[in-house]
Ligand binder design. Structure first.
Ligand code: HEC
Ligand code: HEC
Length: 284
């Protein structure tokens, strides 16, 4: 099974895109699972309609604008279209864009693309995502440029060379890995002077642009929040993540990527929740 998917990745890469392919390919099925689930690149990179709904067929075609005082960031088209997307980039260049925030021309990708988290994406997962991106239909859609009122860093850190897979047998460790590639704590952690406040990991209170305008505060996921997931059973947390409806019936705003999380496997959900339960209780 795995072998044939791998074979297909290579065949597709060569036959359809005729572009450079990583020597050892990437597992398309795994890549699609991540892309359509926990990693949810499309939560930012989809084209959206007036109600914030994803336009069918444009799941990766870009154009969604995220506005904060620091920037008006517009997520680019990441379909394999050669002119308006990333079809002309090599696999190595796409990997560098995801894990290091670097474009082929050397320029830096700005926030809110969560590069600090993607730096920890394993070599096999980042290759799988590239294979899945390449297998998506190219969509011609030119997107306006972002505008930043803050200086961008010269780099997000030293080059990322080798990131091993996290073993699934380590449930909490694997859950932490899923939360990282899903950048849960990017949204659910406050910032001090623009940097993630590590002492308040998961404590919420991050100001985020609400899709309908205005500012939304992310909730505290730690046990210090008496009105949040600390009181919910694992089944209730999993149902909330998949449906976007809290146990008390309140519908969560579509900034949370539950439309993607609903495709996650149960064992992955269990690992994610097991990790979230280990967050240090911090008030905010
Ligand atoms: C939180 C929102 C967000 C998420 C999630 C996100 N991105 Fe981005 N991404 C952006 C924004 C915004 C930009 C443009 C930033 C700029 O203009 O400097 C960008 C830029 C890029 C670029 C550069 C494209 C170009 O033409 O310049 C690539 C490639 C990319 N993202 C791929 C991905 C992939 C693959 C994922 C999932 C693994 C992902 N992004 C997840 C917001 C996001
Ligand atoms: C783009 C930012 C963003 C990302 C990424 C994100 N969240 Fe959220 N999350 C929010 C916001 C904002 C809310 C509150 C929405 C509302 O109140 O309507 C929320 C709500 C929640 C809730 C409900 C908590 C409560 O007390 O009501 C849970 C649980 C949750 N998120 C867990 C996660 C997990 C786990 C991940 C990663 C798989 C994640 N979130 C990724 C922004 C985000």
């Amino acid at each position: 099974m795995r072998g044939s998917v791998w074979g297909m990745a290579v065949a597709l890469g060569l036959a359809v895109f005729a572009g450079p392919v990583l020597a050892d390919g990437g597992d398309i099925a795994r890549g699609r699972y991540l892309l359509n689930g926990i990693v949810a690149c499309g939560n930012c990179h989809a084209t959206r309609g007036p109600q914030g709904e994803v336009i069918p067929g444009q799941e990766l075609a870009g154009g969604f604008a995220i506005e904060l005082p620091e920037f008006r960031a517009v997520a680019p088209n990441i379909t394999p279209d050669r002119e308006t997307g990333i079809g002309a980039w090599t696999d190595t260049q796409i990997v560098a864009a995801i894990r290091e925030g670097k474009r082929p021309d050397g320029s830096i990708i700005g926030p809110p693309m969560p590069i600090e988290f993607y730096r920890d994406m394993s070599d096999s997962d980042v290759r799988a995502i590239v294979a899945a991106l390449r297998s998506a239909p190219p969509v011609r859609h030119a997107v306006e440029k972002s505008k930043f009122n803050i200086p961008l860093p010269p780099a997000y850190g030293p080059p990322v060379t080798h990131v091993p897979d996290v073993p699934r047998q380590n449930q909490v460790g694997y859950g932490r890995y899923l939360a990282t590639v899903g950048h849960c704590l990017e949204c659910h952690t406050p910032r001090v002077k623009g940097r993630l406040d590590e002492a308040h990991l998961g404590a919420g209170g991050r100001e985020l642009p609400a899709p309908a305008g205005g500012v939304l505060l992310s909730p505290n996921l730690t046990r210090a929040n008496p009105d949040g997931m600390a009181r919910w059973t694992d089944a209730q947390v999993k149902a909330t993540l998949r449906t976007g409806v809290r146990p008390d019936g309140r519908q969560l705003v579509r900034l949370m990527a539950f439309d993607w999380y609903k495709t996650m496997r149960d064992d992955d959900m269990n690992a994610l929740v097991a990790y979230l339960r280990t967050l240090k209780p911090v008030k905010n």
